[in-house]
Each structure stands twice: as C-alpha cells, then as structure tokens.
Ligand binder design. Sequence first.
Ligand code: AMP
Ligand code: TRP
Length: 323
Amino acid sequence: MKRLFSGIQPSGTIHIGNYFGAISNWIKLLGKYDCIFCIVDYHAITIPYDKDMMQQRIFEAAVDNISAGLDPEKCKIFVQSHVPEHTELAWILSCFSRMGELSRMTQFKQKSEQHKAHANCGLYTYPVLQTADIAIYKGEVVPVGEDQVQHIELAREIVRNFNTAFGDILPEPAELLSPTPRIMGLDGDNKMSKSMNNHISLTETDEELWKKLAPAKTDTNRQRLKDPGDPAKCNMFSYHKLVSSDDELKQVTEGCTTAGIGCFDCKKILCKNFSELIRPIRDKKEKLMKDRDYVLNVLNDGAESCRKIAKETMNEVKKAMGL
Ligand code: AMP
Ligand code: TRP
C-alpha cells in the first residue's frame, strides 16, 4: 500500500470546510492507503497563540478527528512535536528550499500581512516543515483542501532538489483533492477558516446552527420574497450541494428560481441536513472528551510507531549526505 500523510492544525474546533475539504476524503481513503494523520502543533506556533490552551487544543483536535470518522484502528494519529525527526529533517530540507519560492507562497503573504508585528521565520519556512512532515514518512499521497496545493507543489520541488543532490531517496508527494476542495465561509466572500468568524463547526447545536444560517448571505438580487433567485450565485446553495439529497436540490432550485420558496425555508432544509450530519459527530465528541486515557493512548501509540519510521528515514538521509 502507498503511504498517505496529512496534517491539521490544533487551532480551534474543526469546521465544515475541514470536513468536506479534507477529513471526509481521509475517511474514504482509510484501508486503501497506509494512512498517517498528524496534529501539527509546530505549525500552529507560527502565529500568536495561548500557551495555556495548547494541550487542550491538541486533545480536542484528536477528539474532533476521531469523532468525525478517523478510526484509530485503521490509521495512525499523532502529534507532530512528539516525533523530533520532523524538525531535524526540516532543517536539512531548508538547505534545498529557494527563498524566492518561499516568499511567493500565498499563505505566507496573507499571514505575514495579518500578523505584521509577529511576522517571523517560522511563518516563512512553514512549507519546509510541511515538506519534512510528509518526507520523513516517505509519504506519496497527500489529501488536502485547495488552499494547500501550492505547498504540496513546493514540497515536490524541495524533494526534487534534495534527490538531485543525493539520489532518489524521498518520493515526490502528490496532492489528492476532495470533490469539494474549497468551502466558502458564511460571509460568502472568504474561504471558511478557523481564525475567521465565518465557520460552521462540527459541534454546533441545532440552535447555534440556525443562529449562524439565518442571517447568512444569499443571492443578493433576491431582496423580496417574490424576486426569483439564482442558486449559482447563492452560497447557501453551495452548502446544499454538500448535504442535501438530489430531490431536495431539485426542490430548492425550482423554488428559488420561481420565487416559490423564500430563503428562510431554503435555509430550514439546509439546517436540518447539517444537523443530521453533525449530531452523531457531536455525540461521539461528547463521549470521547470524557475518555482522556483512550485518546491519549491513541496519540502515544501513533507517535511510537511514527518515531520508528522517522528514525529509519533520518538514518538513510544522513548517510546519503555524508553526515
Ligand atoms: P487547517 O485547519 O488549516 O489545518 O486545514 C486542515 C485541512 O482542511 C487542510 O487540508 C485544508 O486544506 C482543509 N481546509 C481548511 N479550510 C478549508 C476550506 N474552507 N475548504 C476546503 N478545505 C479546507
Ligand atoms: N499546512 C496544513 C494546513 O494548514 C497542515 C499541514 C502541516 C499538512 N503539515 C502537513 C497538510 C503535511 C498535509 C501534509 O492545512
């Protein structure tokens, strides 16, 4: 089986964008690949964070992912900082990363602008550490959302530079996009993100869900109930496509384009369907949050088996480099 690797930051409760852009795809690939999933705490410290919250965030990221369907029996789940070889290889790969390429990265430009007073080298070399995450396990397949494609393209280049110098040691990783690789936020203008107040988390109660959906932007041409709308211009319709049945999609398309139903009723159907997706995940999370030992054991076992693979790769890399 080919090896698959992906990562997620412990920077807040996971949301519908993470789920449909990445996690739902991860679940489908369990059993088809040798899967490793990593909670990337070293990436999360590249922007200001609350140290007293970190352990809780890491724990919650593990719980969120297991609740959403990552079965620890079918994959390894671990915390990045528990396997020191990630940063060791990152240093080596930084010597094969071009500064010009790193400064072209969209995420670097956005985040260094957003956190101007805190723009640091970690933010700049973030994609190098991401490359090391994958390469230390000789990962070949990397399922991510669209926002990460640029980083995986750069990972291929860094690995290629390394291999050109020292032989074909590290495989060039390929991204694997989900059918829905870019989910927009509730504002309709930006991608859904943990750091922006535009997300639907995977643990919303029905009341919280409705509170978020009710005021959310729809087709702006639809000012009054009798104005027909265009689903192609409505962010809510893009959400319907994620969770509603074919019949419901037909019903809301007809209703919207003929002004047969209003946005309120359309959102009610959406709310019901999101609620059906979220409820079992929320219930499982509630149980797992109380089962600390189980979750910590999963992370410990994951780190233990990952350390073995990481050590082997590091030995091979150092030998090839004359170190
Ligand atoms: P992050 O929360 O930034 O660590 O992202 C974890 C995974 O979710 C990555 O594979 C991202 O590409 C994916 N992801 C995050 N936000 C979105 C979004 N709005 N749409 C699609 N995928 C996303
Ligand atoms: N940068 C990714 C994100 O923000 C997380 C990540 C870190 C990752 N290392 C990775 C994803 C390796 C895939 C492979 O979403």
